[in-house]
Design a protein around this ligand. Structure first.
Ligand SMILES: Cc1ncc(COP(=O)(O)O)c(C=O)c1O
Length: 359
């Protein structure tokens, strides 16, 4: 059995999944095999959505594989990386027996998917060192080996902490957990970071998987296009566990257009602006009265501690600016997460916070 297949739930290893009409290998001119309407809807005069879409739109798969520098067999497209998180938990964890390891404060969907599926949750909190939040990967390895953990979710750059985990440390962890757990690195914000993606390492480390999304740097959050990059054997298993038509055709077409060279060049410019704005805003916020600490960030947001986070949140809201209140998250009782906006929006954030401390 391939090493990574050993990590899949025993009852799903040879599960065939649903065989959709669209996946049947047949050719013809008249398609009467999927109970679709023979006429388009009046709202769809070009009949662009009359028929079910390709289960994995091949052109988009190829474009994403090329963007991320991986073979297409290593890539599965889903409804955002959220779907990939859910699929991984369902395919690998036996409910009530296996566990998922998370490193709070971190993106909440790993624990939500585990909870809904009935998988146990093992928490190894980030360490708030003097200069940054850090992952304690030695403790992660110990707990994962001791507690039947099937998936370790790492977020790099971390949401909301903002820091990236050095690639070599992730690879050491994956080697330690080889045959025991899958290490999933969520790279939703990697485009904003000064470090390379781990996607290229999946080929030599089968228990490593990487999540990527078009929701952030590529500005397609509502299109819901994300993917998991993993060993082809695992990708096959996940595909069989996935809903039959996960990628709506209009979303696939939009995503393809967003990956054309001109659109990619514009995206890179926006990313460069966000990165520059992040550093400017970080310095200015750090010198703002009432701000206790601004964490370094490799993402498109800043995590900020305040003397009175509630008052800062209210002041921003009064100026019409909505930020993410982090006060209920572990270790973040005094913190807000502020996404980097346009230069004008960022100036508005500063002005609102400055007004609040003056008044
Ligand atoms: C770390 C992280 N991963 C995944 C997601 C979900 O992304 P998607 O829109 O691709 O589902 C988010 C969304 O905020 C996120 O912060």
């Amino acid at each position: 059995m391939s090493g990574v297949l050993q990590l899949v739930r025993a009852d799903l290893r040879d599960f065939a999944g649903y065989s959709s009409a669209r996946s049947a290998k047949a050719s013809g001119d008249i398609w009467l095999n999927a109970n679709e309407s023979p006429w388009p809807n009046r709202a769809d005069p070009t009949a662009s959505v009359r028929r079910y879409p390709e289960p994995q739109p091949e052109k988009l798969r190829a474009a994403l594989a090329s963007l991320y520098g991986v073979p297409r067999e290593q890539l599965l497209i889903g409804r955002g990386s959220d779907e990939a998180i859910d699929l991984l938990v369902r395919a690998l964890c036996a409910p009530a027996r296996d566990a998922v390891l998370v490193t709070p404060p971190v993106f909440g969907m790993y624990a939500v998917c585990a909870r809904v599926h009935g998988a146990r949750i093992v928490e190894v909190p980030l360490r708030d060192d003097s200069d940054d939040f850090r992952n304690d990967l030695e403790v992660v390895a110990e707990r994962a080996l001791a507690e039947n953990v099937k998936i370790v979710f790492l977020c790099s750059p971390g949401n909301p902490a903002g820091g990236a985990i050095p690639a070599e440390q992730v690879l050491v962890l994956a080697r330690q957990l080889d045959g025991r757990a899958l290490v999933v690195v969520d790279e939703a914000y990697i485009e904003f970071a000064g470090v390379p993606s781990l996607a290229g390492k999946v080929a030599c480390q089968a228990n490593l998987a990487v999540l990527r999304t078009l929701s952030k740097a590529h500005a397609l959050a509502a299109a819901r296009v994300g993917c998991v990059i993993a060993d082809p054997t695992l990708i096959e298993v996940l595909r069989r566990c996935q809903a039959p038509y996960p990628v709506p055709a209009p979303c696939a077409n939009l995503a393809l257009a967003a990956l054309e060279p001109a659109a990619l060049a514009a995206t890179r410019e926006h990313v460069a602006t966000i990165r520059a704005q992040r550093e400017t805003l970080r310095k200015l916020l750090a010198s703002c009265a009432g701000v206790r600490r601004v964490y370094p960030s490799q993402a498109n947001f800043l995590l900020v501690r305040f003397d009175d986070a509630g008052a800062a949140y209210a002041a921003l809201l009064a100026a019409g600016i909505v930020v993410r209140d982090q006060r209920t998250a572990l270790q973040l009782g005094d913190a807000l997460r502020i996404s980097i906006g346009t230069p004008e929006q960022n100036a508005g954030v500063l002005a609102a916070l400055q007004r609040q401390t003056v008044s």
